[in-house]
Every structure is written in structure tokens, then in C-alpha cells.
Design a protein around this ligand. Sequence first.
Ligand code: RB5
Length: 152
Amino acid sequence: MKVAVGADHAGVRLKDELIRFIESLGHQVADLGCHCTDSVDYPDYAIAVCDQVVAGQADKGILICGTGIGMSIAANKVPGIRCALVHDLFSAKATREHNDTNVLAMGERVIGPGVAQEIIKVWLETDFSNGERHANRINKVKALEDKYAVHP
Ligand code: RB5
């Protein structure tokens, strides 16, 4: 699987650790930055990762900032992205099964690398349940993108 990964300055250390872990699972990683702890703006990195996912250049995206919250808010503005902010294993599995999320957000200031690795492994390895009720709900979420789209 191709995984695009991005972080701001508050998530860059965890990102760099997690990239090695994701590669050790046999996945290909695109590291879209940032690459140091100088202050940057998390939406820039959220959009870089989401653009790759929407374009099909990456199968999934992983975003890390201090809390994961800013990244998840920004990612969910991108049509076609379903991003979950996850800090526990139950949610990591459930959000793949129920929401078919294609982007995962986490906070470096919230969890340590051990839990983050377990979350990533479960999230990458869990398939969408594909049940009719879940697909129907996801289609309703997709319909919101059209309803609230701003057409210039
Ligand atoms: C940066 O200080 C911090 O605000 C950012 O990483 C993130 O937590 C925002 O949601």
C-alpha cells in the first residue's frame, strides 16, 4: 500500500518515527513534510497529503500535529476525504469498518509512539465492513459535499 504522511512542527518527531514503522510493515511511504521543528501551518500539510489520496497517488494518508485536531478538521474539508482523529485501538478498527476512512489523524502531544504504531497497524490492516447500512451512511456524508459545495 502507498501511504502519504504529513505533520506540522508539533508532530514531526512522531511522524519520522512512524515512517520507519510503516515501512517495516511493507508499505511504501511518501513523506510530505514537514522536516524540522520550525513553526509551520498544519493545513498546508493536511492538504498535501489529502491531495495525494484524492488523486489516487496514495491509498491512504496519515497526519500528525500536536493534537491531531487541526489536521483532522482541515482534512475533512477536502471532498473525497474521510479523516478520523484516533487515539485508541477500538476507534482505529471501528473507523475503518464503519466509516471507510482514508486518512488517519493523531496528536504527538496526546499519545506516545507505541500506541501510535498499534493504531496505525490496525487502521491499515482493517477492511471496510461493506455492509449496506454503512455504505448508505457514507453516501449520505458524500451528499453533504455537494449540498454545501461553493461553486464560483
Ligand atoms: C501547534 O502548536 C498546534 O496548534 C497544532 O499542532 C495542532 O495541535 C492544532 O490542532
